[in-house]
Structures are given as structure tokens and as C-alpha cells.
Design a protein around this ligand. Sequence first.
Ligand SMILES: NC(=O)c1ccc[n+]([C@@H]2O[C@H](COP(=O)([O-])OP(=O)(O)OC[C@H]3O[C@@H](n4cnc5c(N)ncnc54)[C@H](O)[C@@H]3O)[C@@H](O)[C@H]2O)c1
Length: 420
Amino acid sequence: MKKFEFDLAVLGLGYVGLPLAVEATNSKLKVMGFDVNANLVANLSNFKSHVEDISNQQLEHAVASGLLFSTKSEVLSECKHLVISVPTPLTDYQPDLSFVENASRDIANNLQSGHIVILESTTYPGTTLEVVKPILESISGLTAGIDFFLGYSPERIDPGNQVWKFKNTPKIVSGINQESTNAIASFYKSIINEVVEVSGTREAEMVKLLENTYRQVNIALINELAILCKMLDIDIWEVVDAAKTKPFGFQSFRPGPGVGGHCIPIDPKYLSFKTRQIGHPVRFVELAQEINNSMPHYVVTRITEIMNKNAVLMKNSNVLLLGVAYKKDIGDTRESPALDIIEELVAKEVSISYYDPFVESLVVNGLSIKKENEINNLQNYDLILIHTAHSEFSSIEFDKINCLIFDTTGTFRSKNIEKI
Ligand SMILES: NC(=O)c1ccc[n+]([C@@H]2O[C@H](COP(=O)([O-])OP(=O)(O)OC[C@H]3O[C@@H](n4cnc5c(N)ncnc54)[C@H](O)[C@@H]3O)[C@@H](O)[C@H]2O)c1
């Protein structure tokens, strides 16, 4: 059996891959980070992190402890464990596995006897067996489960979560055969506190889709109830806070401006793609999508109502979005509801600015959105829309601000704040 120079290569150094590479280095593994983006690799090598959960100092410490970065796929032949954490987006509303296929080809061209290949990208059940395995075997001439090991382990990272982090979040692992499962479980046990084995890769792939579909459906339920409660003049936030005192049988979800990020808006579509292949839509997923996708429009409708009630003309008004990231304390704007809200407000000739400590610049539909640099400068707007409840905003004295304020996050309590 080959002796490998590195314990691990992580393919794809984004929100998922970079924390894995750093944490594995902290657990004393010899790690190679591989990415096709040369700029990114140069920045990481210069200790510039693009992921909030990994500070520049943490990155520098990991590099000092031996973490290396490369864009050259030949390095993969020298790394025993190969983890794929590349994007799985939608293209033309369909699952786009081209990144997974490219990464699998790079591995296949460098595959050695004894390699352990693990897919971590979120995808539909069957991908490891039907997409990754054939590429690895046909190009390398090696046999999965015998010459090399193969499995799937979904990533559960929750960017910005200060409690559940990489090391203390249980990790689901699976392999295409028992030998693969054993090899993969033993690898993760060396870097994560708790490992949960499931019987096959399709089950492990489905675990991730269940988790994210569950979130999407429950967020849609509370969003729909928020709209209905508004019509009934019932305070949904008070209802949610009271309901969550039930110690069993209820998990609290909160309304908001919609769903964003790389997971909740996208992953359930991977599930419905797969079930449609057998002629069955996932009806819950499609309804939930429809409701969540309608929330940005609902927010704009509420802004119109609030302005009308206060005799503010919407055309040429100045609106500030506080936070544009899709969730608290991170800078990820992918699929953020803020993008749809801004697009609709711009179409109504509203002048938009934003303040977000995590988002350097923002372009929506080719239009560069003005960034407010001073958090103290909040008086000059007709309306402030609180889109993301970043922790920093808790220091703002909203009751001293003399303009309309609409909080879509239900976080800030002040008499002058309108809620969703
Ligand atoms: N972001 C999250 O919170 C999260 C959580 C759980 C699971 N996931 C899943 O993990 C996967 C990765 O998501 P992410 O948010 O880290 O993506 P990302 O866009 O932040 O990073 C992906 C990286 O992969 C690189 N890449 C693309 N093709 C490559 C290739 N062929 N070889 C090597 N590198 C390549 C890109 O340059 C990029 O740096 C997706 O499937 C996603 O659904 C994401």
C-alpha cells in the first residue's frame, strides 16, 4: 500500500472546505487545500480568509502548522484522504453537478491504490454511486471498494454559529461498502467528536436533504402564518415566543424576508429533481418554495403600506437596508432575499443604500448599490429596512432614530419599529 505524504486534500476551499482544512490541520493532520481559483489560493497563502468562521489569524496559525494550498491537481496523488467540497448549484433550475464531475476527474487522474475519496457536497441521493464512482473507476482503471475507498459524508456546517461548530457537530458517514465506511469513519473520528454511521451513501445523501427540506418547509409555514397573523392583527412574534415555551413536540422557527444562502433555497430542489425522475414531485417542497420565494415581494408590499400610512412618497424615497447577507453575522449574499427586495424597490424608483459590516460591495442586476460606511449616519433615510439581524446592530438606539423603521427579523424592540 502506498505511503502518502499528506493525510488529507480538501478540494474546494469555500465555506465548507476551508474550515475542514484548518480544523484538520489543528488536529495535527498534514493537509493540502486544493482549489481551481488561483486568486483564492494566493489570498489564502497570504493568510487572507474569505470565510467569516476562519479569521486571518486562525489561517496564519494553520499555515504555520503546515497547511498548504495549491491549484495543481497532481498534488492529489500524494494525499491519502480526498474530500470533495465543491459547489452544487442549480443551472436553469436543474442540479448542476459539473463541479463535482470536474473534481472527480482531477482525482481520477491522480488516483492511487489506498486512496479514500469522500464527497461532502450536498446533492441528490445516488450521486456518489451513479456520478462519482463511474468517473473514478473509468479514468483510473481501479475498482472502488477494493483498490480505493469511496463514500459520502454530508457537511452540516452552520456559518456564524458560535455553539455548534465543526468539532462538536456529529458527522454522518457512509461508504459504498463496509471497508469504505470503516476507513471514512476512522478518518472523521480523528478530527470530529462524534461520528454517526449510516448503511449506504444514498441514505447519507438523503440525510442532508431531509435536514434542509425540514428547515425550508417549517420556515415557509411560519412565513405564511406571519402574513395571515398580520391580516388578523395578531402579533406573530409574541405567538412564536409563547409557543416555544412548550418543552416538547414543538421547534420554533421565525418569520423573515425569505430564505437565502447555498443550502435552503437550493438543496430541496435536488430532492424534487430526483423524485420527479420516478414521477413524483415532493409536494411539500414545491409549496414551501413558492411561499418562501414570495416573501421579498411581501416585504416590498409592507414597505409600500408603511410609507403610505405615513404619507411618504415611495418614488425617489431613500431606503437603507441594514444587513444584506442572507443570515446573521456572515457576509454571504448568495440567494439573499435582499437581492430581490432591492430589485423590486429599484424598479419603483426608490434610491437604495445598504449598511452591512460583512459585505464589502453589492451589485444587483448590474447596478452597484451604494454602501453606507457610518452606522451612526442613520437619520438621512425615509425608511430603514432591517433585513439581517447582525449582532453589531444591537448597539443601535432605534428609538432615537427619526425615520420609518421596518424590522423583517423581529429582533429589535422599540415603539417606532414596524414588524413583519
Ligand atoms: N455554505 C454552507 O453553509 C454549506 C453547508 C453545508 C453544505 N454545503 C454544501 O457544500 C458544498 C460547497 O459549498 P460552499 O458553500 O463551501 O461553496 P463555495 O462556493 O463557498 O466554495 C466552493 C469552492 O470550490 C471551488 N471549486 C470549484 N470547482 C472546483 C474543482 N473542480 N476543484 C477544486 N475546487 C473547486 C471554488 O473555486 C470555491 O472556492 C455545496 O455542495 C454546498 O451545498 C454548504
